[in-house]
Design a binder for this molecule. Structure first.
Ligand SMILES: [Fe+2]
Ligand SMILES: [Fe+2]
Length: 121
């Protein structure tokens, strides 16, 4: 577990998601970005989930369920025909923007407040 004076890890990692969305929309489309997105998401979720378990965060079950829904929706999108990348670029970026708005700016912020008030930052 990284020790920082504030919860920089969360904002920094969410910034990476913004950058990945920008790259998903680029033409020509780079299919490697999908692997990077999957790796990023898993790494980031595990970090948040580790904090939630460690701090016995009261809303951890619903938060982890939301991560699991993201995992399965992303998996389904990544199974689409790679030659259909134009529609994938649109659906994936829409999906990630909605995620940013509803999850990152919603329940992730509640987690951040909780972590900041705890002794483990
Ligand atoms: Fe997050
Ligand atoms: Fe989260």
């Amino acid at each position: 577990m990284r020790k920082t004076s504030d919860i920089i890890w969360q904002d920094t990692q969410h910034q990476v998601l913004f950058e990945l969305i920008g790259r998903i929309k680029e033409v020509p489309f780079d299919p490697d970005i999908l692997i990077q997105l999957k790796l990023y998401a898993e790494h980031h979720f595990i970090l948040e989930e580790t904090y939630m378990q460690l701090l016995e965060y009261p809303h951890r079950d619903e938060h982890i369920e939301a991560h699991d829904r993201f995992r399965s929706e992303l998996e389904a999108m990544l199974e689409t025909d790679p030659t259909m990348h134009e529609s994938l670029q649109v659906s994936l970026s829409d999906f990630l923007y909605k995620w940013l708005k509803l999850h990152v700016l919603g329940i992730d912020k509640k987690l951040e407040d909780f972590v900041l008030k705890s002794s483990v930052k």
